[in-house]
Design a protein around this ligand. Structure first.
Ligand code: NAD
Length: 371
């Protein structure tokens, strides 16, 4: 217990210290290999908002993924990004004309980073233009839309990848390696806590037409996805309860707080919390008959920290988005198989669980899942 306390003191200290560092200063492992002369994955970003800004900055650290194009409805953003990332005008598009990327050999893939409800239509347009599709989570706002995206990409013979950056994170992957090696014994329990206090009530995340849901669609998906990769199985039932303390800010169709339990075929259970109204919730805990593992922070931008019954995991801090984009380049260009999948089928499973969560919360009943 003493070691654990020291470890927790260490991580809260380091998380505070490092979070004060500006921008990507916390990167310790990845730097672009400027001498790389092989094929790069040339990527256009669609939607130049907050997360896209982080991705573009991270991509300056990539070796194999390169930002070569921009798609935005705001000309002033295009101009600023062009100057910053040296993007020629011929690789810049707006939302009306981007089907023309079909004829642009400078662009191999489009990374969709817009509000959730726009993902499906945009992904299908990109696929029809014959370009590889990378899409932010959640892949779409319904299972039906997710299936349509998968079909469109199959028909167009392009890949569909979803921005599950934690699937490439070293502490996360080490825990999965240990679990597969039997280090924790039979897995019995997972706890996922995912939440933050959301600000501006006018933002698209609180508009169901653009978000497709509330905290579950935004932050809770990390606990859904995490339960699946930490336990290593897909759930067979779900049971959920929604609580809403501020129905003015969190209108119908926007869940404020959701607590859900998942049951897994091997007998493990998961207990998770997703919320837009509480802070300090970014923690995964995996329990087995012979040991345990924790990730804390588990999915946030601050350096991921891992711990098992044997002590702290010492792995490098990475810029998640940079590693993700280099790995996605290898998946698309070399057919590399990642340890944890990031394809459309993987993302569809999360949407199936989330639809089950909403159904259970509405009906008050346990919902069986077939995913
Ligand atoms: P944001 O509001 O900062 O950016 C959204 C962008 O979409 C803006 O540039 C906006 O101009 C553009 N846009 C295009 N059409 C729009 C419309 N009709 N209404 C509103 N905006 C429109 O949002 P964000 O935080 O960058 O989130 C974008 C996506 O990225 C979401 O799907 C979100 O879930 C995902 N995201 C993922 C992570 C991660 O860690 N993987 C983190 C943050 C966000």
């Amino acid at each position: 217990m003493d070691t654990r306390r020291k470890f927790l003191q260490k991580i809260s200290g380091s998380a505070i210290g490092l979070s004060l560092l500006p921008g990507l200063g916390m990167a310790t492992r990845l730097t672009a290999d400027k001498t790389f002369s092989g094929k790069t994955l040339n990527v256009a970003i669609l939607g130049l908002g907050n997360y896209a800004t982080r991705v573009a900055e991270a991509m300056t650290l990539c070796t194999r993924a390169k930002l070569t194009g921009l798609i935005s409805g705001t000309p002033s953003k295009i101009a600023a990004w062009q100057a910053k990332y040296n993007i020629p005008a011929k690789n810049c598009y707006n939302y009306d004309n981007y089907d023309a990327i079909q004829d642009n050999s400078d662009i191999d893939a489009v990374y969709i980073i817009t509000p959730n409800a726009l993902h499906a239509e945009e992904a299908i347009r990109v696929a029809k233009a014959g370009k590889q599709v990378i899409c932010e989570k959640p892949m779409a706002i319904s299972v039906k839309e997710g299936e349509e995206m998968i079909d469109a990409c199959k028909k167009a013979h392009v890949k569909l990848l979803v921005g599950y950056r934690m699937h490439f994170e070293p502490h996360t992957l080490e825990i999965i390696r240990l679990r597969k090696a039997g280090e924790f014994g039979k897995i019995t329990f997972f706890q996922g806590l995912s939440g933050f206090t959301i600000g501006d009530p006018s933002q698209w995340r609180l508009n169901p037409k653009l978000s497709g849901g509330g905290s579950m669609m935004d932050i809770g998906i990390y606990s859904v996805n995490g339960s699946r990769y930490m336990i290593g199985e897909d759930p067979v039932w779900v049971n959920a309860v929604e609580t809403k303390n501020d129905p003015v800010k969190f209108v119908a169709g926007i869940d404020e707080t959701m607590q859900f339990q998942l049951g897994f075929p091997g007998g493990a259970v998961a207990s998770c919390l997703s919320t837009y109204s509480m802070n300090n919730l970014d923690r995964f805990f995996l329990d087995g008959v012979n040991g345990f593992a924790e990730l804390h922070p588990a999915t946030g931008y601050d350096p991921t920290e891992g711990f098992t019954h044997k002590g702290p995991l010492n792995f490098p801090t990475t810029v998640h988005q940079a590693v993700q984009m280099d790995e996605m380049a290898a998946i698309i260009l070399d057919g590399k198989q990642p340890v944890l999948p990031v394809d459309g089928e993987e993302a569809l499973k999360d949407l199936k669980v989330i639809e089950g969560i909403y159904k259970s919360a509405k009906s008050g009943k346990t919902v069986n899942l077939t995913i």
